[in-house]
Design a binder for this molecule. Structure first.
Ligand code: NDP
Ligand code: X2W
Length: 375
């Protein structure tokens, strides 16, 4: 992250020209001036952390809603060394003329209202669910509100980077995938495309760290409610189901319905999907593993583990990597596929950075090659 020349003012660190939002950085082909909308939330903070190692990103505005007006380092003290960008401001105070691209880290429904009002010159990577579902009726059914920007929705590119790279490069608006849908589609899309698993018998048992629910205070996320146990939620009704089914149906070339149950785990970050699949077309667990290894051989962030090796969430903590393991099931003709990511990195801000790199023409891995933090 570049640091722009700035001088202190009564409002904190303010740039050289008219912006009330932070620093003003001059436009240049090697620098992308970024506003992080929703920087007082977990995914926004993670964007700032990743940007600190990005030579082409210069953060010019960080927004908050309730936290607006506070110095960023007061809201996220762990980012004190990366936050000389002025205080959090309201979105209405951002001078978008001085911004090239936006990471939109806002709650769904609010997001579409904000994005439809943004100036057209901006490239946008949206981390919410608002532009992921192609069919706005399906969106309304699962999210409970009519889509407020259906025309804009038609222009959005679904940003599962490894599977849509060429389209993402040309996009103005990238709909960054949900964290659970990322863990499911990376392994299962190639297997469905290759006819190696049945489209009619997919069972997904998924688990998430509590940061997946965001930073806003909720009773169900209190320590006492979460600690020393796990619980399923959204059973038979989680809103990631249509997103997963959209991607898997595209891959299978026919309607796919899945059984998907997410669980809340007593950990701050990390996500695992364990997928029970029925083999098809003469495939074996070994051939599934070989097919995935071949498909992802040149991918910088996807690793298919050797036979017998079990992916752990702790092995991707803080990194943009996705680890996959394939195992035989005891039930004949079936296999178990396990995929782990960090929900805040490959499941959100890391994949968003990968996508912005593509949109801006930077090498895709820029700012993202840090390995997991372990132990
Ligand atoms: N957490 C995760 O693992 C993942 C999250 N996502 C999605 O990314 C988005 C952000 O998630 P996350 O960072 O966890 O959420 P948080 O709840 O942690 O942060 C939300 C942010 O949005 C701001 N905000 C809330 N309401 C408004 C409003 N009406 N107007 C303007 N700003 C507002 C908040 O500001 P303030 O706090 O100052 O009020 C805060 O900065 C969500 O859509 C989420 O579903 C996607 C993948 C994974
Ligand atoms: C633990 C937890 O609550 N997780 C969130 C998913 C986070 C995510 O990816 O959601 P978006 O679709 O909003 O981007 C949930 O289940 O709703």
């Amino acid at each position: 992250m570049q640091t722009a020349v700035a001088r202190p003012s009564a409002r904190g660190v303010v740039g050289r020209t008219r912006s009330r939002a932070g620093l003003v950085v001059r436009a240049s082909k090697d620098t992308c001036r970024v506003a992080v909308l929703g920087a007082s939330g977990y995914t926004g903070a993670e964007v700032v952390r990743l940007s600190a190692l990005h030579p082409n990103i210069s953060i010019t505005a960080l927004t908050g809603e309730k936290q607006a007006g506070k110095p960023f380092a007061e809201v996220f003290p762990h980012l004190v060394a990366a936050s000389n960008v002025g205080p959090l401001v309201k979105i209405s105070d951002v001078e978008f003329a001085d911004v090239d691209a936006v990471f939109c880290c806002l709650p769904h429904a609010t997001t579409q209202q904000i994005i439809k009002g943004l100036p057209k010159h901006l490239k946008i990577v949206d981390l919410s669910a608002d532009f992921r579902l192609r069919d706005v009726d399906t969106y309304a059914e699962w999210y409970g509100n009519e889509h407020a920007a259906p025309e804009l929705q038609k222009t959005a590119v679904y940003g599962l980077t490894e599977l849509a790279r060429d389209d993402i490069k040309k996009a103005r608006l990238v709909a960054n995938p949900g964290c659970y849908p990322t863990t499911v589609q990376i392994p299962l899309v190639p297997l469905l495309e290759g006819g190696m698993i049945s489209k009619d018998d997919i069972i997904i048992d998924a688990k998430s760290g509590v940061s997946g629910a965001g930073r806003a205070a909720k009773e169900s996320n209190l320590y006492v409610e979460i600690a020393e146990g796990i619980n399923a939620y959204g059973v038979s009704s989680h809103r990631h189901m249509p997103e997963i089914e959209q991607g898997l149906s595209d891959a299978a070339g026919a309607d796919v319905k899945v059984s998907f149950t997410p669980h809340l785990m007593c950990m701050s970050r990390g996500m695992q999907s364990t997928m029970y699949v029925k083999l098809a077309g003469g495939a074996t667990p070994d051939s599934l593993r070989a097919a995935l290894s071949e498909r992802y051989a040149s991918e910088p962030f996807v690793r298919v583990l050797p036979k017998g090796s079990v992916p752990h969430t702790r092995h991707v903590r803080g990194s943009n990597f996705c680890l996959i393991g394939v195992f035989p099931d005891r039930l004949p003709g079936r296999a178990i596929v396990i995929c782990v990511i960090d929900n805040l990195v490959k499941g959100a801000s890391g994949q968003a950075m990968q996508n912005l790199n593509l949109v801006m023409g930077f090498p895709e891995t820029t700012g993202l090659m840090q390995l997991a933090m372990f132990p």
